[in-house]
Design a protein around this ligand. Structure first.
Ligand SMILES: Cc1ncc(COP(=O)(O)O)c(C=O)c1O
Length: 398
């Protein structure tokens, strides 16, 4: 992808430089077109014109095949979910648990990869083993291995936490888990579309993520991979048509033998079709090229931000451990002040707590600003952020 194409994509038609893909990315026009075309046809011919409806179902099947190839999985191992949170919950609620089963997770996990396990602790009396991380936010794989016992059933980890930008060593974590026959759930909400993922090479058992962030898919889209040999052990959270076979005469029912068992009810057609277009778009660029571009921009941004007087950058100090997400504060400026000033100058970043309680506590802060550039951003975008922050500093001094 060349710089000119990035520049054109990075500045939105509304004139904004958008540097907040960790929250959600602006979708490419093709993604919106796929959804709008479908919705328009529902206006023009009605959603259930037989030929149209069968074409829609064919496209949904095609999307499942495509999503499978995208993740290195079989289509039968893919469920569409509405977001990353749903994918995590489907695994947490779908596996069968007994008292004393252990789940390993880290203290920096995002809300949606924490509360489903807290619920299991309360409901099923499982034990949570919470790994402590240092200020870098990088999970120590050896520490995980030390916590594994005969009772350990699952390790769950976010590939890239939304607040610290600490890229976790999921290959090594999956390796350790496999060695001890422990299940793994990878929350790839912040890496789908950003880093090439092959679930078979990774050898994980479950992987989920939303479509709306780095993949540039629509809100309300996401994927859940379930290893084929485990599909039958996942009890669907919701039951009904599409996910269950029901014998009306005997009232016997059984869940279908593919991951689609998790998707009972009417599919979210627009978001699935949008996701289809988003996968095509990302693959057209190449996810490895995307990762490389974002890696370079991350390095550039960290180096340039360091030139701001009074800046504190949170998360990994070693750039090798960081990708795409750069949280920071500037002494004397409230993070909201920074984001508001940038917004006034048509640059979008975000400030907040990012629900990162542990990180906020470790650094003794309440809030932070966060820059999260995607491949469509440029060094000029980063330079603009830095010069705006410097001009805000000057303005405040005068
Ligand atoms: C690390 C991480 N995990 C999970 C999620 C949840 O994804 P969703 O909002 O699609 O449910 C997010 C969303 O911000 C996230 O950043």
């Amino acid at each position: 992808m060349d710089t000119e194409q990035s520049r054109q994509e990075g500045v939105l038609p509304g004139g904004y430089s958008y540097i907040n893909s960790a929250a959600a990315s602006p979708p490419p026009q093709q993604v919106v077109d796929a959804m709008v075309d479908y919705l328009q046809k529902t206006v023009d011919v009605g959603p259930y014109l037989p030929a149209f409806r069968s074409e829609v179902y064919r496209k949904i099947d095609e999307t499942r095949e495509k999503a499978g190839r995208f993740l290195g999985a079989d289509a039968s191992e893919i469920a569409f979910v509405k977001n990353g949170t749903e994918g995590i919950n489907f695994v947490a609620n779908g596996l069968s648990w007994k008292e004393g089963d252990e789940i390993i997770l880290a203290d920096i996990e995002f809300h949606s990869n924490f509360t489903p396990w807290l619920k299991l602790k309360d409901k099923e009396k499982v034990t949570l083993k919470i790994i402590e991380t240092d200020r870098s936010g990088v999970i120590d794989v050896q520490q995980i291995e030390k916590e594994i016992t005969d009772q350990t059933k699952l390790i769950t980890v976010s590939h890239l936490p939304n607040a610290s930008g600490a890229l976790q060593k999921i290959e090594r974590i999956c390796n350790v888990a496999r060695k001890h026959q422990v299940l793994t759930l990878i929350n790839a909400s912040q890496t789908l579309g950003l880093i090439p993922i092959n679930v078979k090479e990774l050898d994980c058992d479950f992987l989920t993520g939303c479509g709306r962030k780095w993949l540039r898919g629509p809100e309300g889209s996401g994927l859940l991979y379930v290893r084929k040999s485990l599909v039958e052990s996942i009890e669907p959270t919701i039951t009904g048509w599409g996910g269950t076979d029901w014998d009306f005469e005997t009232n016997e029912y059984r869940y279908i033998p593919t991951a689609k068992r998790l998707e009972a009810g009417c599919p979210i057609v627009p978001s699935i079709l949008g996701l289809n277009a988003a996968i095509d778009y990302a693959q057209g660029i190449g996810v490895e090229s995307i990762r490389k571009k974002v890696e370079a921009l991350t390095r550039y941004a960290v180096a340039q931000l360091s030139s701001i007087q009074g800046i504190s950058i949170y998360g990994p100090e070693d750039i090798e451990n960081r990708l795409a997400i750069i949280p920071f504060n500037v002494a004397g400026l409230h993070p909201d002040e920074i984001t508001n000033y940038l917004e006034d100058h048509k640059v979008i970043i975000e400030s907040g707590t990012f629900m990162a309680n542990k990180l906020l506590q470790q650094y003794g802060i309440d809030k932070m600003a966060r820059l999260s550039p995607h491949y469509f951003n440029t060094e000029e975008d980063i330079d603009l952020v830095i010069s705006l922050i410097k001009s805000l500093q000057k303005k405040k001094k005068n």
